[in-house]
Design a protein around this ligand. Structure first.
Ligand code: 5GP
Ligand code: MG
Length: 468
């Protein structure tokens, strides 16, 4: 998963874009990058967090009134510097930079075809095929090139592009899998994955970029366009429901809903569907907190902070070796004995993926004196991998793909386990005719056919313990 941000028409564009991607840090911690344009295009990108990548000096090397930024959590393409975005290229049309959130499902086929025709790729990222398609397009105009290129790609993309002259483009795939919002900061236009970054820079939220829409922001003005092949009719939108469950910040507005309130409703529904007698409701912080509050309010059981999260766990301890992973959870989360000792505890988490985290949490709570541990998950069982941009593991690693709820409960060693139903989830995110979602990770119903090699890419992606 990734976060994208762009600003057009601001004297301190790179500084603002720095703040913009800082507010999107939760969407990706592997690499961070910014480009800025003042007739020339310059770029700074590095592996690591936004605050480690940039300082006053490096931001000073990014003059210009347009700036585009990216934070990356790799799905397609490996975790290495050459894949850090925004990617920047030179072609006959000039310099172009691109920042992408999502995952293309036919990137491998397109890449093979382009390479056969002589294209030399600089990265292993799926995003690069878009730029090669633009470079080869017959249409000489920037917008035309993008429209032509996008008719070939299939999958999830929320894109921000810019050119050396400061033109900025935002584009969203016709299904609208990933978010992309438009805002205004005085005379400047801003684009971002999430509205939380607008709050930080005090920009005004205008609206979402619509599925299948392309906006061109140039010389202070904006025009809206459609994807060529979807001009006549768009497919039903398929916003990612997992953004609401886990991924987005709770202070963001997504698909017309407060993420916080949606999570709270998930918790309320969860309490209705899976009640149990208990003394205290606790959350697995941070992502499980709003749902746990919803659960506690609905069940009329006190909510307390029974697990404390350390915010100082650096990347050193999230290496995938088992020995370190073992400490990973304890380093990040610790139980509050005075909250759980002797108590019947309901612990609410947003999702259960491999079950390894939950298992450790249950053991930790028992070691801290919990008399009973009832695990409640504010989403349905995760049974299928995501091919549209979320970094879920392969099917074989998804515990709910091959085990019943009773088997999972036995594995994580909890007294009872309850999930939110799929209909309960859809109800919490107010799904209806106008607001439809992709919930393939819970149902296996993929709205877009997967390209050749999608299964392999599924094999490449791994869930890291970066977030719990
Ligand atoms: P499990 O041990 O079941 O694999 O992990 C469950 C935990 O992983 C939950 O607390 C959930 O918040 C978190 N989680 C869910 N999806 C993702 C993801 O895509 N990346 C990371 N790093 N954590 C996730
Ligand atoms: Mg979590």
């Amino acid at each position: 998963m990734c976060g994208v941000f762009g600003i057009h028409g601001h004297d301190e564009a790179a500084n603002i874009a720095y703040l913009g991607i800082h507010a999107l840090q939760h969407r990706g911690q592997e690499s961070a990058g910014l480009v800025a344009c003042d007739g020339r295009m310059r770029r700074v990108a590095a592996m690591g967090l936004v605050s480690d990548t940039f300082n006053r000096d490096s931001l000073a090397t990014l003059p210009g009134t347009t700036s585009v930024g990216h934070v990356r959590y790799s799905t397609a393409g490996s975790s290495e510097l050459r894949n850090a975005q925004p990617l920047m290229f030179e072609y006959t049309g000039g310099s172009i930079a691109i920042a992408h959130n999502g995952n293309l499902v036919n990137a491998l086929e397109l890449r093979t075809e382009l390479e056969r025709e002589g294209s030399l790729f600089q990265t292993s990222s799926d995003t690069e095929v878009i730029v090669h398609l633009m470079a080869k397009a017959s249409n000489p105009e920037l917008l035309g090139r993008l429209q032509e290129g996008l008719t070939r790609v299939s999958g999830a993309y929320s894109l921000i592009l810019c050119t050396a002259d400061g033109t900025m483009i935002g584009a969203r795939d016709p299904y609208g899998f990933r978010p992309l919002v438009l805002g205004r900061l005085k005379d400047s236009y801003v684009l971002s994955s999430e509205t939380a970054s607008f709050d930080l820079i005090e920009a005004e939220y205008i609206r979402e970029i619509e599925p299948g829409e392309i906006v061109v922001i140039q010389n202070g003005g904006m025009t809206s366009h459609r994807h060529e092949q979807w001009a006549a009719s768009l497919p039903a939108s398929r916003f990612c429901v997992f953004e609401h469950v886990y991924f987005a910040r709770p202070d963001s507005m997504l698909n017309g809903l407060s993420v916080y309130r949606a999570r709270e409703r998930m918790g309320r529904r969860l309490a209705q569907e899976n009640p149990v007698d208990a003394d205290v409701v606790i959350a697995v912080p941070d992502s499980g907190v709003p749902a746990a509050i919803g659960y506690a309010n609905e069940a009329k059981i006190p909510f307390e902070m029974g697990l404390i999260r350390s915010h100082y766990v650096g990347r050193t301890f999230i290496e995938p070796q088992d020995s370190i992973r073992h400490f990973g959870v304890r380093l990040k989360l610790s139980p509050v004995r005075s909250v759980v000792d002797g108590k019947r505890v309901i612990v609410v988490d947003d999702s259960l993926v491999r079950g390894t985290t939950s298992r450790k949490i249950v053991k930790m709570l028992r070691a801290a004196g919990a008399r009973e541990v009832h695990l409640r998950i504010s989403a349905p069982p995760t049974t299928h991998p995501c091919f549209y941009g979320i970094d879920t593991p392969t099917r074989s690693e998804l515990v709910a793909a091959s085990h019943t709820i009773e088997e999972i409960a036995r594995y994580v060693t909890c007294d009872t386990l309850g999930y939110l139903s799929h209909s309960g989830l859809l109800n919490a995110v107010k799904a209806d005719q106008d607001k439809s979602y992709c919930s393939a990770c819970f149902t296996g119903e993929y709205p877009l056919p997967l390209g050749v090699g999608a299964a392999d890419r599924g094999g490449l992606v791994k869930l890291r313990l970066a977030k719990v």
